[in-house]
Ligand binder design. Structure first.
Ligand code: ADP
Length: 479
């Protein structure tokens, strides 16, 4: 079984969020299921550099959306890659989606249409030597792929589109229809048209053979008007084509017993060793050492989706129960400033590191007592999976993948000995406040707390089960 995966990011080559983790980790997990994956990525500088000298040019275009382009084939960091080397679209420094002024690159429609266009050609057998049995497109950046396949005419290849976050839809002006190489008839409600514009994600949801999201609960939520972001009707119309498959994490990289990024490594039966990581974490975040309450932590984009404003609102409760807070994150300027101000106002009790730091994220998970994820919506969420694996008790809103991966410490779950964390609903400041107080109460009972930690660490958060599910899906739809 040969699969073409098409995405705009893949860890460790280029990452802005969980999408990269999934695209980077799934291929090796799928290998164990007899699935060989080739991943098509844009030729950002970091990607073409990682490819190195052994890459081969397997195709070229004189004019692909305004410039010369090569298709390169090679391997990098364990991934079998096709790389779309199109300097006029991708050879620029910085973020894949936005310029240094924070605005979207003005040619994003062409950049990601090119990715999808080439993916569709590969799916149809562009290369005589390689043709996939099915194509796995990820998010809006790859979502035009099934539309191109549709308008090109019959193609015997199965397609699946995974929605990692329905909030990002790739909406562009209608005037781009012809420049994007789409036929006039595509501008219809049964095509790429979306409220008078062109909707990349909308098109993908319409034309993909199957649609997955990254948790069963999110798959249900996005079919409701409240959470469907104006695509719920379309999604309901797709009926049984929509399903949810949870993400995993790379349990080799995220392994507290071997992690070189920690001050001290530990196993579930040596939880006391975590204290050394907590001490280092406190040092790095300028937090006081003589605090008995729980050390809460955040590893997150600082945005409204992630409920970071809710967390700011309940800081008094967190401090009142004797807690500390360490925030590792970057995002909205207002939230960054607010966390900095909170740290200045509560020295020793609140610390923040504004920025993106993969290594520090490991230490935070290994040293924190509890990881806060108060998201308003959360397709899957990866940080709570890392927290489970590292014995940081996740305190999460009961939405999307957070609902599916954490077992709340209800009296029943505690009695049955199966609880792994704390959930609250709905995602409001009032309920987060209550959850923080409940967490602090649990933390005051060391035996109960350690049981939560050990249950979390025993939870299977690997890619094994998700990979099996994807492999089964590919086999169902293979062309
Ligand atoms: P999303 O993709 O919506 O941002 P996820 O929880 O699915 O959220 O994935 C976020 C990923 O990015 C996780 O691997 C998390 O550890 C990582 N991450 C987020 N913010 C930071 C940060 N400031 N520093 C390091 N890692 C981060």
């Amino acid at each position: 079984m040969e699969v073409l995966s098409v995405a705009s990011e893949a860890f460790p080559l280029v990452k802005t969020g969980g999408l990269a983790d999934v695209v980077g980790a799934l291929p090796s997990a799928l290998r164990a299921e007899g699935v060989a994956t080739r991943t098509l990525l844009p030729g950002y500088p970091a990607v073409t550099e990682a490819l190195g000298g052994d890459a081969q040019i397997v195709w070229q275009w004189d004019n692909l959306f305004g410039g010369h382009a090569h298709l390169l084939a090679g391997t990098a960091r364990g991934l079998d890659l096709f790389v779309l080397d199109a300097p006029h679209l991708f050879a620029r420094a910085g973020n894949p989606y936005v310029a240094s002024d924070g605005r979207d690159w003005p040619d994003n429609a062409f950049r990601f249409a090119a990715l999808a266009r080439v993916g569709a050609w590969l799916a149809r057998g562009l290369l005589p030597s390689w043709r996939p049995d099915c194509v796995h497109a990820h998010d809006w950046q790859a979502a035009l792929l099934p539309a191109y396949l549709h308008y090109d005419g019959a193609a015997h290849v199965g397609t699946v589109l995974t929605v990692h976050n329905l909030a990002f839809q790739g909406i562009f002006p209608a005037s781009l229809l012809a420049p994007l190489g789409l036929p006039p008839e595509a501008f219809s409600i049964n095509g790429v048209e979306y409220f008078g514009s062109i909707g990349f994600l909308k098109a993908g949801l319409l034309f993909a053979g199957r649609i997955t999201t990254v948790s069963p609960t999110y798959a249900t939520e996005i079919r409701t008007p409240a959470e469907g972001m104006a695509l719920d009707g379309l999604l309901r119309g797709r009926g049984g084509a929509v399903s949810g498959i949870l993400n995993g994490i790379d349990v080799e990289i995220w392994n507290p017993a071997t992690d070189p990024l920690l001050s001290a490594r530990y196993e579930p039966d040596r939880l006391e060793v975590r204290a050394r990581n907590r001490a280092e974490l406190r040092f790095r975040f300028s937090l006081a050492e003589d605090i008995d309450g729980p050390l809460f932590a955040v590893v997150s984009r600082l945005t409204g989706q992630k409920g970071m404003d809710l967390l700011l609102a309940v800081l008094p409760a967190l401090l009142e129960v004797g807690g500390q807070l360490a925030v590792l994150g970057a995002g909205a300027a207002g939230l960054e400033a607010a966390f900095r101000a909170a740290a200045a106002m509560h020295p020793g009790r609140v610390g923040c590191f504004i920025g993106y730091d993969e290594a520090l994220a490991h230490l935070v998970q290994a040293g924190a007592d509890a990881l806060l994820v108060p998201s308003r919506f959360e397709p899957c969420g990866l940080t709570q999976l890392c927290a489970l694996r590292y014995g940081a008790v996740p305190v999460v809103a009961r939405v999307g993948g957070l609902a599916d991966t954490v077992i709340d410490a209800s009296p029943m779950a505690l009695a049955a000995g199966v609880a792994t964390g704390v959930q609250f609903a709905p995602p409001s400041a009032e309920m987060l406040d209550a959850a923080i107080r409940r967490t602090a109460a649990l933390h005051r009972k060391p035996e109960v707390w350690q049981r939560l930690q050990r249950n979390g660490m025993a939870t299977d958060v690997s890619w094994r089960d998700p990979a099996r599910r994807y492999a089964a899906l590919y086999r169902e739809i293979a062309g």
